[in-house]
Design a protein around this ligand. Structure first.
Ligand code: 5GP
Ligand code: ZN
Length: 148
């Protein structure tokens, strides 16, 4: 884990994504292994909007190791076609923001996978919370497709 100003423990305690990793905050998990975790965004730009994070806390790309970067990219490659298929989308956008200046709002490195339909707006951030039931139903379908 990256050394924060107040030490590792404080970073993990204050980071919502570290809390999800530690099972101390709820999330609709899609996949987990020793290096990465993926889950549905609670304020999706479109249904299926997912986030992939490294298990170790890094604020952004600038401290990410090659191995962690590779693990996130490989999982994105596996998850992208599944999300596109399950949401019946025309395309899929991948975004990754580093630093407040870039628009980053959660400071645990993450990659966005956003299903896109022709003609729909191409924003990076959603404006409304999805319902828990919609997220749960979609996560189940994605997990089932991933396990095939
Ligand atoms: P960023 O602006 O840092 O690139 O994106 C942060 C993303 O995390 C946003 O899309 C936001 O909706 C999502 N997000 C923020 N808090 C939570 C949370 O507690 N759970 C989940 N699943 N997503 C979150
Ligand atoms: Zn974190």
């Amino acid at each position: 884990m990256q050394q924060g100003l107040f030490g590792d423990e404080s970073v993990a305690q204050n980071c919502i994504f570290c809390k999800i990793i530690a099972d101390k905050a709820p999330a609709h998990i899609l996949y987990r292994d020793e290096q990465v975790l993926s889950f549905l965004d609670t304020s999706p730009v479109s249904p299926g909007h997912s986030l992939i994070i490294p298990i170790n806390h890094h604020d952004n790309i600038f401290t990410l190791s090659d191995a962690e970067s590779t693990a996130v990219a490989l999982h994105a490659k596996r998850l992208a076609p599944v999300i596109k298929r399950v949401t019946d989308s025309d395309g899929l956008a991948i975004h990754q923001l580093n630093g407040r200046a870039a628009g980053q709002t959660v400071f645990h490195y993450h990659m966005h996978l956003i299903p896109c339909q022709h003609g729909a707006s191409k924003s990076i951030h959603g404006r409304r919370l999805a319902t828990q039931s919609a997220l749960a139903e979609l996560a189940e379908r994605i997990r089932q497709d991933l396990s095939k």
